[in-house]
Write a protein that binds this ligand. Structure first.
Ligand SMILES: [Zn+2]
Length: 293
């Protein structure tokens, strides 16, 4: 079943413009419409599968964040880069809190949790997908919660991280409110998101791999995300680039656009995206460092 939103999930405004029609390239090959809020500019998938139905769109061996399998060249590249970016993510969060407790919301197969533990940080995970959660539990040797409600209600954290997760959350405002409650005073919320204003998004349009409909329910720009941040009582402290995402997204987008891989073209467009972003700040993906107000 599909759910048609009558109000913007960020600002509640009832009027939208048609934005784009995109295809689910990974699992079902269904098409989905994107609309743009006339008030805050948020682009979102509408109509979208309702919450219960969404799980079926994650049932694919090639859904990379939920599996450790897959030996295609793109997957191998993804894994190589991942080990480097994991350490970089830990160094980044330690700039803001050198020690303390971390809740990784949407921890996938648990690689970030394991890296945090290796660096001596106390880490907890939440992951709704059963397969991913089981893999994560094996990796960290402990229990991972399937939802925020399952985490000890008294428990608070110094940092919450959500790496490419916020765009997947059905109950957007409610979940941000709950995550904020989970933070200690002065705690940080670190969010990574694809950027709809990046060069690769503009170049590939409906074939842009980071649309990833219907798993991605929201398609943020820096402005539309900042609007949501303000409403959710966080303060934006810093915005940082994720320079590898432009390559990964361009390689996949080439495949979606032309039906075949073109490594050279994907690589060159990834490079071009980063070069342009060095001037504009509009990288393919961005990390937002938010502080609890
Ligand atoms: Zn809006």
């Amino acid at each position: 079943m599909y759910e048609k939103l009558e109000n913007c999930p960020s600002c509640q405004h009832p009027q939208f413009d048609n934005y784009l029609i995109c295809k689910d390239h990974t699992v079902t090959h269904e098409s989905f419409a994107l609309v743009r809020c006339k008030n805050c500019g948020l682009v979102f998938t509408n109509p979208r599968p309702n919450k219960g139905e969404l799980t079926k769109y994650y049932q694919s061996d090639s859904y990379i964040s939920h599996t450790d399998k897959g030996n295609s060249l793109i997957n191998i590249l993804y894994k190589l880069v991942r080990s480097y970016t994991l350490s970089k993510k830990v160094r980044l969060i330690q700039q803001f809190k050198p020690s303390g407790t971390v809740l990784d919301y949407g921890c996938g197969t648990g690689d970030f949790l394991r890296t945090l533990e290796k660096k001596g940080l106390e880490a907890f995970g939440v992951e709704p997908d059963n397969n991913a959660r089981e893999l994560a539990e094996k990796k960290v040797g402990g229990k991972i919660s399937s939802s925020l409600q399952e985490v000890d209600s008294e428990r608070k954290f110094d940092m919450v991280t959500a790496w490419h997760v916020v765009e997947h959350i059905s109950d957007l405002r409610e979940t941000l409110k709950l995550l904020r409650k989970k933070l200690n005073k002065g705690g940080y919320f670190i969010v990574a998101l694809p950027n709809l204003n990046s060069f690769d998004a503009n170049l590939y349009k409906e074939h842009w791999a980071a649309f990833d409909v219907p798993r991605h329910l929201y398609h943020f720009t820096q402005i539309s995300f900042r609007n949501l941040v303000e409403k959710s009582k966080f303060k934006l402290v810093k915005t940082l680039p994720m320079k590898f995402d432009s390559f990964y997204v361009s390689l996949l987008s080439e495949k979606y656009k032309n039906g075949k891989r073109n490594f050279l073209k994907g690589f060159l467009n990834g490079l071009k995206s980063n070069r342009k972003a060095a001037k504009t700040g509009e990288y393919s993906s961005l990390i937002y460092v938010l502080k609890k107000k």
